[in-house]
Ligand binder design. Structure first.
Ligand code: ADP
Ligand code: ZN
Length: 639
């Protein structure tokens, strides 16, 4: 090796050592930032490893369930690395809240989006170029504008975070075409680390994210997907609005929650129905004007105990910690969608419920929708596969949580979780082969009358031997199957038909939902296979077991008695602060923080600083106020 070669080697060596020292320093800084800014003691789960990867300049793909703590994974590196962290997020309507929450922590955050006027945008641009921003939020469509790319080109960028990264996946349920253009980030800024984050995690989606964002060298971090504090329940649908009302009154009176419906019309009807019955509810769907949607979303974030009835247009990125329930009145289109939506409950880790009503009509309707859709064959096959997985979850007699985790490619911790309806009250299964044969042979006989189309109702009437006008009109009382099904009730027959549809032993056709055989039906008719069915519960799973498991809903539950008035006084004080500043209460302090303060009752600012969730800025802003409340809790006026 020549002398100059050695010199180069030496320099490289010392540069590497310097880089290593710098990296070690940055890691120490990460922990220090966690304490100082966020007021937390320690990293959770994989946070530390993810942050280290990004601090070291590498790319990361992060799959973590809702509430797992994804935000810190890019916020801390953005604070530690020189320059501005650019966060790509599709949620324009939430950017203001996100930025407000960060500013309350003393983080220099800003956003650029279409809700701003020119002056506001100019101010943020100037801050960015002057190096005065730690974090900048942008919607993906912004990056299609050359001027934005040029602006970023003139700024110093510490990292790119692609939030809600599953939006790039066409296989997923939230696809947004603008995300496809994000692969340009790696080409245009090869030296800037990128971190993609999502709470959606099937293998297919995971692969698509990595490939489409162009992150072949990224390290992958896959957290456990279980949300043990969420109780999953799927109940047979009879009278969904009434069932919902009973569920809310018995288990979630006064709680915040989200009710999902498939159509805008049913959103409006359900919201009105809840209001008529004394539950404060607002609708949210794409048919409402932007102003109304913004007001309803903002009320949901700011008020306690408000119910939002919504289509799937609502909820992504909502980081309200105390959503106590998510209810589905209609069947979601995929397990991924279902898991995302239910995941919005209980981010604070307290007991919450994911509750759904599901019935025959859901299956018929969705199968019809897929057939009638405009998409090509590939699209239809995907949609059908998604639906099949969702139906399998609904019809399973096994632990729902186990099924969900399996779907995401993860092992369940135990064979039964003890916190889902099938665990709490295990459904019986029965040999439904003969019943299935009865239904299928009726369908065969009706299929022969090609000119006429008959749905489930006619088939059940025939099986039960009912001489309705329509039965007599078509001489169906002359069929050999007429009346062969009087061993089961109408409800039970509907259950049989539903499960045959779910298992693809029956199919629906055309706009009337005519029942037809499938390639698999033959083996049942030929007695070549057994059909196991889930017994329809006489009554839905009693809330009894559920209820005793549940902690009382009030945020003050479980506090030592003497801490309760202090906690309430702190809450009242927090409510006033939030109102004055026009931010959600949890931006000031989370319930968990107030609970700890009320229990510990710190006597000085330095003691107060030891509470989780109280960083430097919040201590400076609110410390004195909190100590005043603690000194005389009785003096605080109710909010
Ligand atoms: P996600 O984006 O994954 O849904 P968040 O980033 O909103 O989750 O975090 C969920 C909650 O957990 C937030 O209230 C956050 O402040 C809290 N949190 C995150 N990391 C920590 C930590 N290391 N220690 C304590 N609390 C944390
Ligand atoms: Zn279970």
């Amino acid at each position: 090796m020549s002398g100059s070669g050695e010199a180069v080697a030496e320099r490289t060596h010392s540069e590497a050592a310097a880089a290593q020292r710098e990296a070690a320093g940055a890691r120490g800084e990460a922990l220090e930032t966690l304490h100082r800014v966020f007021g937390y003691d320690a990293f959770r789960g994989e946070q530390e490893a993810i942050i280290r990867q990004v601090l070291d300049g590498g790319d990361a793909v992060v799959l973590m369930p809702t509430g797992g703590g994804k935000s810190l994974c890019y916020q801390i590196p953005a604070l530690v690395r020189p320059g501005t962290g650019v966060v790509i997020s599709p949620l324009i309507a939430l950017m203001q809240d996100q930025v407000d929450a960060l500013r309350a922590l003393g983080v220099r955050a800003g956003f650029i989006n279409s809700t701003q006027d020119l002056d506001q945008r100019r101010t943020v641009e100037a801050e960015l170029l002057a190096g005065e921003l730690d974090l900048l939020y942008l919607a993906p469509e912004r990056l299609r504008v050359e001027a934005t790319v040029a602006l970023l080109g003139r700024a110093r960028i510490s990292l790119f975070a692609v939030d809600e990264a599953h939006c790039v996946a066409q296989w997923g349920h939230d696809f947004r075409p603008d995300y496809l253009a994000l692969s340009m980030l790696g080409e245009r800024w090869p030296d800037v680390p990128r971190i993609a984050l999502t709470a959606t995690a099937t293998r297919a989606t995971h692969q698509e994210i990595t490939q489409r964002l162009g992150m072949p060298h990224a390290r992958h971090f896959v957290a456990g997907f279980d949300r043990p504090n969420i109780q999953y329940r799927i109940v047979p649908k009879n009278d969904p609005k009434k069932q919902l009302l009973a569920f809310l009154k018995e288990e979630h009176a006064g709680d915040s929650g989200i009710v999902y419906c498939l159509s805008r019309a049913s959103v409006d009807r359900t919201a009105a129905f809840l209001c008529d019955n004394g539950i404060e509810a607002v609708p949210y769907h794409a048919g409402l004007d932007a102003g109304t949607r913004a007001v309803h979303q903002s009320r949901f974030l700011r008020e306690e105990g408000l119910v939002v009835v919504a289509t799937i247009a609502f909820g992504m990125g909502i980081d309200k910690p105390d959503v106590r329930f998510v209810a589905h009145l209609d069947l979601p289109k995929s397990v991924e969608g279902y898991y995302q939506e239910t995941g919005r409950a209980g981010r604070d880790g307290l007991p919450s419920t994911a509750w759904m009503t599901y019935g025959l009509q859901d299956v018929v309707q969705q199968r019809k929708m897929i057939q009638g859709s405009e998409g090509d064959d590939t699209f239809r096959r995907r949609a059908a596969a998604h639906l099949d997985s969702m139906l399998a979850l609904c019809e399973t007699a096994d632990c729902r949580r186990g099924r969900l985790l399996q779907y995401f490619g993860q092992e369940a911790v135990a064979p039964a979780c003890g916190n889902c309806d099938t665990c709490i009250s295990p459904p019986e299964t029965w040999d439904g082969t003969v019943a299935a044969q009865k239904v299928l042979s009726t369908v065969v006989r009706l299929e022969r009358e090609r000119r006429q189309k008959f749905g489930t109702g006619q088939i059940i009437d025939i099986l039960l031997g009912r001489k309705t006008a329509k039965v007599i009109q078509f001489d169906h009382d002359q069929l050999s199957v007429f009346g062969v099904g009087d061993d089961l009730s109408e409800g039970q027959w509907r259950g049989v038909v539903r499960q045959l549809l779910a298992q693809s032993l029956l199919a629906v056709e055309g706009e009337y939902g005519t029942l037809v055989l499938t390639p698999a039906s033959g083996s049942v008719l030929a007695r070549e296979r057994e059909v196991r069915l889930r017994k329809e519960p006489e009554k839905p799973v009693a809330a009894r077991a559920a209820k005793s498991e549940r902690k009382a809903k009030a945020a003050a539950a479980d506090l030592p008695q003497e801490a309760v008035p202090v906690f309430e006084a702190l809450r009242a004080w927090r409510g006033r602060q939030a109102k004055e500043q026009g931010v959600p209460a949890y931006v000031i302090f989370h319930d968990a923080t107030l609970r700890e303060i009320a229990t510990v009752r710190p006597a000085s600012l330095s003691e107060l600083g030891g509470i989780a969730g109280l960083g430097e800025k919040k201590l400076a802003t609110y410390g004195e106020g909190v100590l005043e409340v603690l000194a005389d809790p009785g003096a605080a006026e109710p909010a």
